[in-house]
Design a protein around this ligand. Structure first.
Ligand SMILES: NC(=O)CCC(=O)C(=O)O
Length: 262
């Protein structure tokens, strides 16, 4: 499965411009790279201008959901739709959407863990539906959002549900670039699945974002890494047979003793 990740510079509080950028990038990436799956970053419609969400957030995933569905259907490509600032019953959420090649929405997830360092708890409600797996082209997959990366229980749960790849959509600051990289490597190695992450570049109100979008194989090898400051497309091909091979060579999942951990 060939991936193309949009390492984007989000324009804070300008959802129209961000939707234009995403459409333009997706059309170009499909032409240049012929990918199977496109990946967008976290909060790509609004950025972290959280005090402006009333004016800028989607309402019940619209209009961003329809844009992604149309792009997926038109280009017959899967889309891991990053996440969007989204108003629905209960308040504002950081909501991820995933579409298959037919433009059908196959997954929706609201970020569970709200990040205090970016004031999310002040402006957003935390998701209270459990994360689960979804399928694209017959492959089971999982998705978490940025700060969720710090909670290994969530990634492990998705691995135990047979996810072969974990997507991490993010707006991760440069101040903690090392954490961003090492935690992703740890999640890939300990769960023996692929990790595909999309981060942003640029800055907002004094916070610089780290780029370094990554594609890591289940051995922990970096297949592709974005730069720390450029808008770019990060690509790699994932061969999912690597998951089974590595789980045979180092049979961590057979060695688990779960009754000893509770
Ligand atoms: N957008 C985020 O969730 C950022 C997370 C972060 O800054 C951190 O975990 O550190």
């Amino acid at each position: 499965m060939k991936y193309a990740i949009y390492q984007m510079e989000v324009v804070p509080a300008d959802p129209e411009e961000n939707r234009r950028l995403v459409k333009e990038w997706a059309e170009e990436a499909v032409k240049q790279e012929q990918p199977d799956t496109l990946v967008l970053p976290e909060m790509w419609n609004t950025g972290y201008a959280l005090d402006k969400l009333e004016e800028t957030a989607d309402r019940n995933e619209e209009p961003s959901g329809s844009l992604l569905s149309e792009l997926a259907k038109q280009h017959q490509v899967n889309i891991i739709g990053g996440s969007i600032g989204n108003k629905k019953e209960g308040g504002f959420y950081n909501t991820s959407l995933v579409f298959n090649r037919k433009g059908e929405r196959v997954y929706q997830y609201d970020k569970i863990h709200l990040v205090p360092m970016l004031d999310e708890p002040e402006f957003l409600a935390g998701g209270r539906e459990k994360a689960s797996t979804f399928e694209l082209d017959g492959i089971k997959m999982g998705l978490i959002i940025c700060y969720d990366l710090r909670f290994p229980e969530l990634a492990r749960k998705l691995a135990l549900m047979d996810a072969q790849v974990l997507h991490i959509v993010a707006e991760w600051p440069s101040a903690r670039t090392d954490h961003w990289k090492y935690l992703q490597l740890a999640r890939a190695i300990e769960n023996q699945f692929f990790v595909v992450s999309s981060n942003v570049v640029g800055s907002h109100k004094g916070t610089d974002f780290a780029g370094n979008s990554m594609i890591i194989d289940p051995w922990g090898k970096e297949l592709a890494v974005g730069s720390d400051s450029l808008t770019e497309t990060v690509t790699a091909v994932l061969d999912f047979s690597a998951v089974e091979k590595i789980r045979k060579d180092v049979p961590v999942f057979d060695s688990r003793v779960p009754e000893m951990y509770d």
